[in-house]
Write a protein that binds this ligand. Structure first.
Ligand code: S3P
Length: 441
């Protein structure tokens, strides 16, 4: 059972009742940002079904509206309409653009705005976002002729962008980051000459899929699609986008359904893009009872329903080759590791240290407060399984995925827990607490 205490942000969590029923997770966060951004710079109207009505996409929409893009109100179950202004139509905003907690908003905006000649933009965000590295985008953009300045030698927001004519380039990105890649692809759309982005490992490819559907000239090559070439010159055409459910939100139910005795959940309409399904592969190796059914392609993305039942789980090893395909699922997998048989190891995951929080440190600290046995490494965690956790005061430390992961851990602990700053879940899954209450028997 979970319920609100008097203080809005502290949530009491208890109980091991099974989770039973059907749940439709909200729209994919990555795809929602891209639908808004690409719709804004397309010619004509873009409609979006299933757009995630959560804080992060709202930040993207707010920035775009401040630059003259008309976007209908983003509400639950609304079909959103975006009136595109064309590749060069964004206006210089009168105010600083606030990206809130959203790294995707800030990084993709950098790429979108760097080539908007004669216009000046300032981007900022909340305390977490102002600590996150931005040079990983600013530096390759500079190689295309961009002028991006900011604190800490251009690495930290607030950032200022003076729009310029960019030129195409061949750019090897140092990290497998879809945010960096997507920023460069956006910049490439109005550069002079073609641009090739080469990633060290294949990151999520929603931008490539959707840009191509909007009419951009994109070629994908190299092993595992790591080379992405953009030829500028084509305008984008408004589209009808359908956003599948977010597998990163489904992950909480997949793990909770596996761990909580007698649970049986059907998670409907989950995006199954192969660049995102690392969690399903790891869970299969763990011996989880998972069945995928009714798989189909909807608007260029694979989608399906997933049935998960409680069962015994074995430990897992994750290394850097898999990390890009489950980067956002590490917090909930850390929870799973505490309850499965044996010792689990996560390595090659130093990117987790520059997410909304340092997720390796925060998950280790908060799960230890519940009695877990976790060793922290520079690039990962070693987690002892078969733990009996005990309810305690825990804290999301403002991180949405930490909040939801700790909620599942607290449900599996003996006794009550108090989760501080639980409201962070609204960044990606505003209905999480309602869904939890409804599914718990
Ligand atoms: C995202 C990419 C990932 C992910 C983030 C969303 C995206 O970040 O962690 O939640 O929409 O492109 P990186 O690409 O920086 O790893």
């Amino acid at each position: 059972m979970s319920f609100n205490s008097n203080s809005s942000s502290i949530r009491l969590l208890r109980g091991k009742g099974p989770l039973i029923g059907k749940v439709r997770v909200p729209g994919d966060k990555s795809i929602s940002h891209r639908a808004l951004l690409f719709g804004a710079i397309a010619d004509g109207i873009t409609t979006v079904e299933g757009l995630l009505p959560a804080e992060d996409p709202l930040s993207t929409a707010k920035c775009l509206r401040a630059m003259g893009v008309s976007i209908s109100p983003i509400e639950k179950e609304a079909k959103i309409q975006i009136e595109g202004v064309g590749l060069n139509g964004l206006q210089e905003p009168e105010e600083i653009l606030n990206c809130g907690n959203s790294g995707t908003t800030m990084r993709l905006m950098l790429g979108l705005l760097a080539g908007k000649q004669g216009r000046h933009f300032v981007l900022t965000g909340d305390a977490s976002l102002r600590k996150r590295p931005m040079k990983r985008v600013g530096q390759p953009l500079e190689a295309m002729g961009a002028l991006v300045q900011g604190r800490s030698n251009g690495n930290l927001a607030p950032l200022s962008i003076s729009g310029r004519q960019l030129h195409g380039a061949v750019i090897g990105t140092p990290v497998a980051s879809a945010q960096v890649k997507s920023a460069l692809l956006l910049a490439a759309l109005t550069a002079e000459g073609e641009t090739t982005v080469i990633e060290p490992a294949h990151s999520r490819d929603h931008s490539e899929r959707m840009l191509r559907a909007f009419g951009a000239q994109i070629e994908i090559g190299g092993d595992m699609g790591r080379h992405i070439k953009v030829r500028p010159g084509s305008s984008l055409k408004g589209q009808e986008v359908i956003v599948p459910g977010d597998i990163s939100s489904a992950a909480f139910w997949l793990i909770a359904g596996s761990l909580i005795p007698r649970s049986q959940l059907t998670i409907e309409n989950v995006g199954l893009n192969p660049t995102r399904t690392g969690i399903l592969e790891v869970m299969k190796e763990m011996g989880a009872c998972i069945e995928i059914f009714d798989q189909k392609d909807i608007a260029g993305e694979p989608v399906g329903n997933i049935l998960v039942k409680h069962g015994t789980l074995k430990s897992f090893n994750i290394n850097e080759t898999l990390i890009p395909r489950l980067v956002d699922e590490i917090p909930i997998l850390t929870v799973a590791a505490c309850f499965c048989e044996g010792v689990s190891k996560i390595r090659g995951a130093s990117e987790l240290r520059v997410k909304e929080t340092d997720r390796l440190a925060v998950m280790a600290r908060q799960l230890k407060a519940l009695g877990a046995n976790i060793e922290e490494h520079d690039d990962g965690l070693t987690i002892q399984g078969n733990q009996s956790l005990v309810g305690a005061s825990i804290d999301s430390e403002t991180d949405h995925r930490v909040a939801m992961s700790l909620a599942i851990a607290a449900m599996l602990a003996n006794g009550d827990s108090q989760l501080a700053r639980s409201e962070a879940a609204a960044v990606s899954y505003p209905d999480f607490w309602d869904h939890l209450e409804r599914l718990q028997q």
